[in-house]
Write a protein that binds this ligand. Structure first.
Ligand code: 1PR
Length: 629
């Protein structure tokens, strides 16, 4: 048997590399950290999971200690290397990421930042041609192989494209054995998608085409999704976040590297071109619509951390003891008085792992009692993330309590960035900001659109990238009788019509409403509307919007279509629809009728009423792209 080489991990502390580490461990390899440029020189296999910004990555490599020289020599001598995301982008000659972007999306000037110059060409922004594309490109997309290499052999057979989707033979056999399952013998589609999250991309040029291992299409633009030459492999996508497909890719790379380390034939992983250019041109990939599961987490009356779920944000059983829980739940459902214990729907890590196995594209943990105290010392939640990230290889979001905070006992103060950093180090890929985003947006609007650079949204996105900052909006309907309601006009609230949507209409038959933002999990109403908040948050640097609706939460009546439309048409960043899903059809409806790019559900999955795979099957039947597992 081959000796497994030790993997050296180049971690410069800018984000979540825990999941890369966990993915390598899950493949059965040992990991050591690079702490000095000589560790690069002496590495058997080097993995560079670039996170953060291009500028911060290059600054670390060029900080005078000699990482750039050591890495350049390592790469030029064709030693086993896997770069991920920025770890691929830094291989190019330059990136435009360092160039300031104007408010109108144009380049504000300044030269591109030089990279390592291993691969000819540069890295440019997706909306470089006038801001038509939504950035960042977040989610699961296909990859079209242009070559076959040992690292890719698991992936190539199952990669997807809308024009000529390939099928995985294993899937076919299994499906036939199962007699077609609920699909009634329908051939399985999809599979093989991998997870992307980036705003900049490397175009294919005649100078770099012989490096291109796979290409991917995003909103009509074909670009380089992975490269390989000899033992140097790099991916724009995140294998460590791409479920089983990603782990197979990583394992393939590590196995191929084991051979090259052992017998000294350093180029034995060279890829073989399999697809000619004309063929590739006709095959485009597509971004699937994501199915997200949310786990509302809190401590129950016995002190255990449990997954719970409310109705209109009230998580207590109806009836039972007098609630002495300092107002918990009073805001959402307006249900004070006599209520029972906190609903316990399971243990967070176990439940999240089950959803990962069943095909969740993303899992979000929300600490719903974070309004009470600071979360810097929130060890249980940090442990949930640490444990989850060992066995869950899709993106993990954590929300609740992402704000600056002073510990009342010790008097120690923490910035929102410090709080977020704790969660990133524990394994989160994104943080979701609720209440603090409302305050920041109000300030932004009050100042006439000035960015202070100090808000949690700005500070966290500057260090970890916009894709790492999700804004969780908790609005409640305020009914009005006319679209021209005078007070809405005065405050700039966006009024929508409810004549054609799910859920209740106003108590006096009103068929219009605006969506009032709340803080502290629905306990306090604020003067800003959800659309204004979403726009302001995007301007401040949010990369995604998780759009709840207190009126629809837990009702199983479907999403608030009017709200989803109002917000998704007002911003360019992806919107995740949330609150109200009760069956597969609700997912189809929100994807068909609105511009949301993901849909989230909680209760229906926790109660075992609907399975993730049946949601996705229904989506595929209706022509909505889904990641089939
Ligand atoms: O304000 O930054 O500390 O964040 C607090 C976070 O906790 C916010 O993301 C807020 O949405 C969440 N939260 C606070 N209180 C509650 C509660 O339920 N009492 N949960 C709460 C919000 C909304 C979704 C829910 C969907 C889908 N939960 O997570 O899972 O509505 O549910 P459904 O499919 O069953 O209808 P901060």
């Amino acid at each position: 048997t081959r000796r497994r080489p030790t993997v050296s991990l180049l971690d410069y502390g800018a984000g979540n590399v825990r999941s890369v580490r966990n993915a390598i461990l899950a493949c059965g390899y040992r990991v050591i950290d690079v702490v000095d440029p000589s560790d690069v020189t002496n590495a058997e296999v080097l993995i560079f999971p670039g996170v953060g910004s291009y500028r911060s990555a290059m600054e670390v490599l060029r900080d005078g200690r000699g990482y750039d020289v050591a890495l350049g020599e390592y790469l030029r001598s064709d030693r086993p290397y896997l770069g991920i995301c920025l770890g691929m982008q830094t291989l190019f000659d330059y990136s435009e990421e360092g160039i300031d972007i104007d408010d109108d999306g144009g380049c504000g000037g300044g030269p591109p930042l030089p990279g390592l110059g291993i691969i000819p060409g540069g890295v440019v922004r997706f909306d470089e041609d006038g801001g038509r594309r939504s950035v960042p490109h977040i989610g699961w997309n296909g990859i079209v192989p242009r070559m076959v290499s040992p690292a890719m052999r698991h992936v190539v057979s199952s990669s997807s494209s809308s024009g000529a989707r390939r099928r995985n033979d294993d899937d076919e056999t299994k499906e036939e054995e199962e007699g077609g399952g609920a699909g009634g013998g329908r051939k399985k589609e999809g599979g093989g998608e991998v997870y992307f999250v980036h705003s900049y991309y490397a175009p294919i040029t005649t100078d770099n085409v012989d490096w291109v291992l796979t290409s991917t299409t995003y909103e009509g633009r074909e670009y380089i999704s992975s490269v390989q030459r000899g033992n140097v492999v790099a991916t724009q996508f995140h294998p460590e976040k791409s479920g089983k497909v990603g782990l197979d890719f990583l394992r393939g790379f590590l196995e191929a590297s084991s051979g090259s380390v052992e017998d000294g034939t350093l180029s034995n992983t060279s890829p073989i071109p399999v697809v000619d250019d004309d063929d590739v041109g006709s095959r485009t990939t597509r971004l699937v619509k994501r199915v997200v599961v949310a786990l509302d987490v809190r401590t129950n009356d016995d002190g255990d951390l449990v997954v719970t779920k409310g109705d209109q944000y009230d998580v207590r059983e109806k009836g039972g003891e007098v609630d002495d829980d300092t107002g918990d739940g009073d805001g959402g459902g307006g249900c004070g008085g006599r209520r029972g214990g906190v609903r316990n729907l399971g243990k967070p890590v176990r439940l999240a792992k089950r959803y990962y196995d069943e095909g969740a594209d993303e899992v979000a943990f929300l600490n719903i009692t974070s309004y009470r105290s600071g979360v810097v010392d929130d060890m249980p939640m940090l442990r949930v993330l640490e444990e989850s990230s060992k066995s869950i290889f899709v993106p993990l979001t954590v929300g609740g309590g992402i704000r600056s905070y002073t510990d009342p006992e010790s008097g120690a103060s923490y910035t929102a960035l410090e709080v977020a950093s704790r969660y990133f180090r524990a394994g989160a890929d994104k943080v979701s900001i609720g209440s603090d985003a409302v305050y920041a947006a109000e300030e932004y609007v009050r100042s006439g659109g000035k960015r202070t650079g100090l808000s949690s949204i700005e500070t966290i996105s500057r260090v970890y990238g916009v894709q790492a900052v999700v804004i969780s909006i908790d609005p409640r309907r305020v009914y009005v009788s006319s679209p021209d309601d005078a007070s809405c006009a005065r405050w700039g609230h966006v009024v929508v019509s409810l004549s054609d949507v799910n859920g209740p209409i106003g108590p006096d038959g009103e068929t219009y409403c605006w969506y009032q933002c709340t803080v502290k999990g629905g306990r306090e109403a604020r003067p800003i509307c959800a659309v204004t908040l979403a726009r302001a948050a995007e301007s401040l640097g949010a990369g995604e919007i998780m759009l709840n609706c207190i009126d629809m939460d837990g009702r199983c009546d479907g999403y608030d279509i009017a709200l989803m439309n109002a917000v998704s048409s007002a911003v360019n960043v992806p919107v995740i629809a949330s609150s109200g899903a009760g069956n597969e059809g609700h997912f189809v409806e929100v994807f068909e009728r609105t511009g949301v790019r993901a849909a989230l559900a909680a209760g229906m999955f926790h109660r075992g009423e609907v399975e993730i795979c049946s949601v996705k099957r229904r989506m595929e039947e209706r022509g909505i792209p889904a990641r089939m597992v």
